[in-house]
Design a protein around this ligand. Structure first.
Ligand SMILES: Nc1ncnc2c1ncn2[C@@H]1O[C@H](COP(=O)(O)OP(=O)(O)OP(=O)(O)O)[C@@H](O)[C@H]1O
Length: 341
């Protein structure tokens, strides 16, 4: 079998963890067949270190002692100390052998885990936005607005699914419509440019809302993404409603770009904390119109389906699938796998 030597079998019980900028979600797989034992979501800001969070919120709450861990983190996995992008935690696998009694640790990228989740979850955990039909073994793309904006491709080759993590959330975003040209100058930039993540994440939605208010000379009353989506969805505030309309339009444009780049005839999957909270807005037509507006390839993009992942723990489902049968996935773990010597 190609690549058979590249993957390991994890020692059960396996602790799996999806560590985002705001939320960390954990579960324990007692063996390869049992349902994961889940634990309440942990706020990263509530614990100084990840070891402390795992000890207090997981290990102190169960008699099961995990022997290995597969952790997905928001940030590049590089070296023995992995700093997270949007929070203060640093993952130190070697230290975890001592502090948590683990014997092996694998660290993946959080969007790689979301991509694995897309393979692991069935249609009952997805809601389609617009038309199109998925081809079974064709490439897929995953994008998720949450604390940040994550992007990953998913390629099917040599009988395995290969996640392709990247930094696609940091591509440039430009104005397109007449209204964009009046709103975009008010969007807060990062070193002079508007990256997609300046608009398409929790902080980005607030940024966008403030920009719409400023463009119209209005007061911005809301300060959190949840306030803005709530006022937008019940149409109680016109500025919030327009901000969310621009949000879904720009998300559609980016999703269409990524669909072209990956030729994702297997579908585009929206994940992350925000997409499942704004499904009615994603269905109002603007997202799909922007997604399909890709001349000269409108017909091609029109044939590609888009799904919102509605499972609240999609990345964990992906990690569970990986921990159970690593050989199903082409995940290269060299330099990302630590075993107690
Ligand atoms: N109802 C809502 N509407 C819009 N945004 C929301 C809502 N509730 C929470 N958010 C925002 O969602 C973001 C958290 O998303 P998510 O749950 O995916 O976190 P995360 O996994 O820590 O993120 P990431 O993986 O991107 O680091 C925060 O920016 C939060 O403000």
């Amino acid at each position: 079998m190609p690549g058979e030597d590249d993957h390991i079998m994890m020692k059960f019980p396996v602790l799996i963890g999806d560590i985002g900028g705001t939320n960390a979600r954990f579960a324990i797989l007692v063996d390869a067949y049992a349902e994961p034992k889940e634990f309440p979501t942990v706020q990263t800001a509530s614990f100084a270190t990840i070891d402390e969070a795992i000890q207090t919120a997981i290990l102190d709450k169960t008699s099961v002692l995990p022997l290995s861990a597969v952790l997905a983190v928001a940030g590049p996995v590089d070296g023995d100390e992995i700093a997270l992008t949007n929070c203060d935690w640093v993952v130190k696998p070697k230290q975890m052998f001592e502090t948590l009694g683990l014997e092996e640790v694998v660290v993946l990228n959080d969007f790689e885990a979301q991509a694995l989740g897309v393979v692991a979850l069935g249609p009952e955990h997805m809601e389609q936005i617009g038309g199109g039909e998925a081809e079974d073994a064709a490439s897929r793309v995953v994008l998720g607005p949450g604390t940040g904006l994550g992007v990953a491709g998913l390629v099917h080759a040599r009988h395995t699914w290969i996640p392709v993590p990247g930094e696609g959330g940091h591509v440039d975003m430009g104005p397109r419509s007449e209204r964009d040209f009046t709103v975009f100058p008010h969007i807060e930039k990062i070193e002079g440019r508007i990256s997609a993540e300046q608009m398409l994440c929790g902080r980005g939605l607030v940024n966008l809302y403030r920009a719409v208010a400023r463009a119209d000379g209005k007061q911005a009353r809301f300060t959190t993404p949840a306030e803005i989506t709530s006022a937008a969805l019940d149409r109680s505030d016109a500025t919030a409603a327009e901000a969310l309309d621009i949000f879904v339009t720009c998300l559609g444009r980016l999703a269409g770009d990524l669909a072209l780049i990956f030729m994702s005839r297997g579908g585009v999957f929206l994940t992350g904390g925000i997409a499942q909270k704004i499904v009615p807005a994603l269905k109002n037509g603007l997202f799909r119109a922007a997604f399909e507006d890709k001349a000269p390839h409108n017909a091609l993009v029109r044939s590609m389906p888009v799904y919102v992942i509605t499972h609240p723990l999609a990345a964990l489902a992906g990690l569970a699938a990986y921990a159970r049968t690593p050989g199903r996935f082409g995940v290269e773990i060299e330099d990302r796998h630590w075993a107690r010597g």
